[in-house]
Design a protein around this ligand. Structure first.
Ligand SMILES: Nc1ncnc2c1ncn2[C@@H]1O[C@H](COP(=O)(O)OP(=O)(O)OP(=O)(O)O)[C@@H](O)[C@H]1O
Length: 312
């Protein structure tokens, strides 16, 4: 768990982070969004003390980060930046083993960890371990960057625009992979982005910043239905609201009894995907199957549309 308490950063007379407090629960993803210059990266860097706070403190699992030596702190907290910061003259395996080497892990343990991570990120160790960063695609470099940050099994992973350089298709896959890996490892993630779609796709909670202040810290659904200020409402995108809401809800939440014709949707699909399928197939209803393939009911256009309305 990360507890941020009254964090403030000043450069001269300019306040770039103004009295921000928030708590990130263990094993969750918090996304920090906001306009350019809002103070997002500065807030993130105060967590691992790449930037020293002017006021306030950060506790990680109850321990004040000021009480942890800086090098130890950085080894305990993974950090991924846009462009991934891979060492160009080191191989993929050497890049991933950076922190284990600094921590003095023996060669065999390091090599086993590198192989485990390459497998986890679907990069065949035989093919990729000895490659250099310039021999990889952008998506592969991104995965190596995250693998490197996770090498010493940090409980906390900080990510600053980690998908910014990827094209939309690879970006979406990389986001899905991150969530899958994060759920599996139970890592606590704080991720900075200016992309609202990314925030809604990844965030268990979203922190909205503007001009150094934290305007709202809430679940994606709360941000949509109860924006704290006009700025939050605007940032969330008024035209997008119903669709964002539907993408957060699952078919199981709009399940109706009865049968229907057509190719079934899954209980675990989002209502947005189900509506898309309904519109495209020209049907008013579609059957719903559970994950074992058994039919459990149906969904209707009318039922889904009702879920996209903000009125409870
Ligand atoms: N070392 C520094 N000295 C002076 N001002 C700084 C320093 N670092 C950041 N700033 C200023 O602090 C403000 C917040 O910067 P920060 O990088 O945290 O914003 P951000 O929300 O991450 O922006 P972006 O999305 O554009 O990266 C900016 O106005 C920036 O110019």
């Amino acid at each position: 768990m990360i507890e941020i308490e009254h964090l403030t950063k000043r450069y001269g007379d300019t306040i770039v982070v103004d009295d921000v407090s928030l708590r990130v629960d263990e094993g969750t993803i918090t996304v920090v969004v906001g306009t350019s210059g809002a103070g997002k990266s500065t807030l993130l860097r105060m967590i691992n003390r790449l930037v020293e706070p002017s006021e306030g403190r950060v506790l990680i699992d109850g321990q004040d980060t000021m009480a942890i030596p800086e090098d130890q702190l950085r080894h305990r907290i993974g950090y991924v930046i846009q462009g991934y910061g891979l060492f160009p003259h080191r191989t993929v395996a050497e890049n991933i083993a950076t922190v284990p080497r600094l921590l003095g892990w023996d060669k065999r343990k390091s090599a086993a960890r590198v192989e485990e991570l390459l497998d986890l990120f679907q990069l065949d160790p035989v093919e990729f371990a000895k490659k250099f960063p310039h021999e990889l695609s952008g998506g592969q470099q991104q995965r190596v960057g995250v693998a490197r940050a996770l090498a010493a099994k940090p409980a906390v992973l900080l990510m600053d625009e980690p998908f910014g350089a990827l094209d939309p298709v690879i970006r979406s896959k990389a986001q899905d992979d991150l969530v899958a890996i994060q759920r599996r490892l139970g890592t606590t993630v704080v991720l900075v982005t200016h992309d609202m779609n990314e925030a809604f796709q990844l965030g268990d909670r979203i922190a909205v910043m503007d001009q150094a202040r934290l305007l709202q810290y809430a679940t994606p659904a709360e941000l949509l239905t109860r924006p704290a200020e006009a700025f939050v409402e605007q940032l969330v995108g008024t035209a997008e609201r119903p669709f964002r809401l539907l993408s957060l809800l699952k078919v199981r939440e709009a399940l109706e009894p009865g049968a229907a014709e057509g190719e079934p949707v899954l209980v675990t699909d989002s209502l947005r995907d189900a509506l898309s399928r309904l519109i495209w197939s020209g049907r008013e209803t579609l059957p719903v199957a559970d994950t074992s393939g058994a039919l459990v009911g149906r969904v209707s256009v009318q039922g889904i549309v009702a879920h996209g309305r903000s009125v409870p």
